[in-house]
Design a binder for this molecule. Sequence first.
Ligand code: PLP
Length: 355
Amino acid sequence: MLKHNFSAGPCILPKEVFQEASNSILNFNNLNLSLIEISHRSEDFVQVMDEAISLTKELLNIPENYSVLFLQGGASLEFLMVAINLMKKNGKAVYLDTGTWSSKAIREAELFGKTVIIASSKEKNYNYIPKKYIIPKDANYFHCTSNNTVFGTQIKDFPKSPISLVCDMSSDIFSRNIDISQFDLIYAGAQKNLGPAGATLVIVKKDILGKTGRMIPTMLDYRTHINKNSMFNTPPVFSVYVSMLTLRWLKKNGGINWVQTRNHQKANLLYKTIDSNSLFTGTVNREDRSTMNVTFLLNEPKLEEKFNSMWEKSGINGLKGHRSVGGYRASMYNAMNIDSVQVLVDVMNELEKKA
Ligand SMILES: *Cc1c(COP(=O)(O)O)cnc(C)c1O
C-alpha cells in the first residue's frame, strides 16, 4: 500500500533517489564495487563530494567567500562547534530561544563563555517567534533556528544583525529562497531535507574563522575541514552521495523556486483545512507558521481514536505530535507530493462529516 510519510525526521526522499542509491550499493558507477567499499580518495568518490558541494553552491547561490562542508556529528555537534569556533576568549554570544533545538544549542554555548538569551517564546510553549529585540554589537555572534521542527514555527524575516548571524537550518534548508550573504554561518543535519542521517551541511564565511584566541581540537576546527575539502578523515560517503542525488533531483525539477512554490501549496492546503474544519486548531501564531512542520490539535479528545484509525488506514505514517506539544504534526519536507497532503486533508474532512 502506498505510504504517506509525514515523519519529522529522518524524512522521505524522492523515490528515484532511493532507487539510484540502492543501485549504487550493489554496483557504483559500473565499477562492480559498492559505493560504500570504494576508497573515499578515489576519483569516483572525490567527484561525488565535489558535485555535492558545487550543487549546494549553485542551488543556494552561495557567494565566493563562503565554504561548503559536509561534516559528521549532526546539527547537535554544530551547537558546540559554532561556539568553539566563533566565541572569543572572554567573549559573548547571543541566542534566540525558540524551542527544543535552540535550547540545546544554548546549553553548549554556555560551556564556552557568556551566553545571553536575547528573547524567548518559552512562556507560551514556543508557539510564536519573538520579533522585537535588539542584537547587541558587542557580542561575537547571534544564533537563531530558522524552523522549529518540534513546535511548528518558522522565521519568515531574518533580523538585520550587526554581528555574525548564525543559523540552524536543519529542517528547512533548501526549502525556500534565502539570501546567504545575510548569514556568516549556516548548518543543517542532512536528514530532514537533504539525505540520510550521517552528514551535516555547513556553509561558512571564511574570514570569520581563526579569531577566538582559543585552542580548538583538530576535528572541531572548521578550518581543518575547509583545508581538506571535507576529506580530513573518512567522510560519511553514503549520506553525502544520497544528498548529492537529492540535489540533482532538486536542480532538474527547477531548483529552489520550484520547491518553494510546491512547499507553499502543500502548507496552504493543510492550514486552510485546519482553519476551516471545526474539529481542528492550529497550535502556533498564524504569521509564524512553518511550511515544513504543521502542528495542530484535535479539539475533542474523544475523537482521537477514530481519527487515528482513519489516517492509519489511509496509509499515513508519522503524524503523532511531539510529546512537548501533543496533538499532531505533519512534516512535509521537499520530497513530499501534494497528493499525500490531499489524503490527509480528505481524512480530516471526512472525520468532520462523520462527527
Ligand atoms: C533535527 C534537528 C536537529 C538535530 O539534528 P541532529 O542531526 O540529529 O543532531 C537540530 N536542529 C533542528 C532545527 C532540527 O530539526
